[in-house]
Design a binder for this molecule. Structure first.
Ligand SMILES: *Cc1c(COP(=O)(O)O)cnc(C)c1O
Length: 492
């Protein structure tokens, strides 16, 4: 071996500069013309496989220039663009461009934010980010937490902390094998599917879930919640936690958080709020009433990669007393020399959640929070809500459309050419076909929701590029495609 090592994986300064500048130019053009492209090229898996080719693992390396240029073409020309102004599907937001630069910077330095000693400045930035997120939604600064990959992980992280805190103390050693009382948890039927994964993952099983029915406004029925808890207590169950949702995935409804909180206090249960989508709306003063009770939560999940427009992936778990995270996740193997030297206590994020080695996902969130500021976010989120209301009102007024629901920035509506028809089966088929047509057409991307057994088109606006003009055009597109699909179906 030579004295000086030349690695094929290294890039010299000039090569990195050249490729990097070209990439930045391409990305900059991409962002600037994103509204001119189709939302999706709608290519099938086999078409894409053809483009990729089916060669086996490369034996020998290739120049980075060629690879980056090819990858740029693949991604910019064969992707669904959730940053397109007419992408309003699921809860996937447009991404702040500063987040792309942040990811490049953080991958370049590559701090391991599992331990302070491995990521001194990155750890402090993540701590500040968590603190700012708590301030953003208006809860006490005593909340601490951790950034994770998304809403599912944020909810899991809180769920296990709740289990540790409220199950019999032996649970960490015995698992749930020896509990004589069945652990039970409570949430409404609108709760996101993470809850089913959580009870499987953490050993409680799906039968531990008490699905509380919703009232007419689609919020958890707190009377039923109370009677269900009482009944379980009489039947030797051990209720441990209640999950309130702040912005449900289908229609954006926020549960009555203060009533749920009062019930949790009465029965000494952990109060968790899944605010993955909706809780950033708490930044708007006139919506404070919706989030009353938020400050009482033992834990909160929120997703910067949704309404804070961070690029994927970024979720966050906030816990009122962060010691619960340490009680759940901390361990001190002999091969870690992470304990504090000196009089200052350093925070090691591996003790706060599931991950050990951790990337620096806080940077993009931290930078965007500063680029936009609290008041900037208040404006952006208010505008998304305003646009959602405009869409609802347009649907309400149009004789061929039916407006169904509007909460936070989610509107559901459907195409109904028959005006108050009683043939609900046909309307469901019509709108399902229409949605497929819209999703593959490339002009607009909506998703669906079933509201009171009605198949609806669903627009969720977490998109800082969407304008009033887009909303007007979306109505036109839905009407035009709706007519076509109706014609086709009624000929059958
Ligand atoms: C999106 C969402 C989730 C899941 O979050 P991911 O980031 O997709 O893992 C969970 N709960 C609610 C209420 C959500 O909106």
């Amino acid at each position: 071996m030579e004295n000086i090592r030349r690695s094929s994986i290294e890039m010299d300064k000039e090569e990195f500069r050249k490729i990097g500048y070209q990439l930045i130019d391409d990305i900059s053009n991409f962002i600037n013309t994103i509204d001119e492209k189709p939302v999706t090229p709608n290519e099938s898996p086999s078409q894409l496989q053809n483009i990729l080719g089916n060669s086996s693992l490369p034996e020998n390396g290739k120049p980075a220039t060629e690879l980056i240029s090819k990858a740029t073409d693949l991604l910019l020309n064969h992707s669904l663009l959730n940053g397109h102004p007419k992408f309003l599907g699921y809860i996937t937001s447009s991404a702040a461009p500063i987040g792309a630069l942040a990811d490049l910077l953080s991958a370049s330095v590559n701090p391991n934010v599992g331990a302070h000693i491995l990521s001194p400045i990155a750890t402090e930035i993540e701590k500040q980010t968590v603190k700012w997120l708590a301030e953003f939604i208006g809860v006490s600064p005593s909340y601490g937490g951790i950034l994770v990959s998304g809403g599912n992980m944020a909810n899991f992280t809180a769920f296990l902390a709740a289990r540790t805190a409220k199950a019999p103390k032996s649970i960490k050693e015995e698992g749930i094998q020896n509990s004589s009382n069945k652990l039970t948890i409570y949430c409404s039927k609108t709760t996101h599917t993470w809850i089913e994964k959580a009870v499987i993952l953490f050993g409680l099983g799906t039968k531990s879930i008490r699905w509380i029915q919703t009232d007419a406004s689609n919020k958890m029925d707190t009377k039923v919640l109370k009677t269900t808890i009482k009944k379980d207590l009489e039947n030797n169950c051990t209720p441990i936690m209640v999950i309130g949702t702040a912005g449900d995935v289908s229609t954006g409804v926020v549960d009555n958080l203060s009533e749920i909180s009062a019930i949790c206090k009465k029965y000494d249960l952990w109060f968790h709020i899944d605010g993955a989508y909706g809780v950033p709306a708490a930044v708007i003063p006139k919506f404070n009433y919706l989030f009353e009770g938020l400050k009482e939560a033992d834990s909160i999940a929120l997703d910067p990669h949704k309404w804070l427009y961070s690029p994927l992936e970024a979720g966050c778990t906030l816990v009122k007393n962060p010691q619960h995270l340490i009680d759940t996740y901390s361990s001190h193997p002999e091969y870690y020399n992470f304990s504090n030297n000196g009089d200052e206590i350093a925070q090691n994020f591996y003790e706060y959640g599931f991950q050990n080695s951790r990337g620096f996902r806080a940077l993009k969130v931290w930078l965007t929070l500063q680029q936009v500021g609290r008041s900037g976010y208040e404006k952006l989120i208010s505008e998304d809500i305003e646009l959602s209301k405009i869409l609802f009102n347009l649907a309400e007024k149009h004789p061929e459309l039916e407006a169904i629901s509007q909460n936070l920035s989610i509107t559901t509506f459907r195409y109904n050419p028959l005006i108050k028809t009683k043939n609900s089966n046909y309307l469901n088929t019509l709108n399902e076909n229409l949605l497929n047509e819209l999703q593959t057409g490339g002009e607009v991307f909506l998703s669906n929701a079933i509201v009171n057994e009605q198949y609806c088109l669903r627009a969720c606006i977490v998109n800082f590029r969407t304008s009033k003009k887009d909303i007007n055009e979306i109505i036109e597109i839905v009407l035009e495609k709706g007519k076509k699909v109706h014609l086709k179906l009624s000929k059958k």
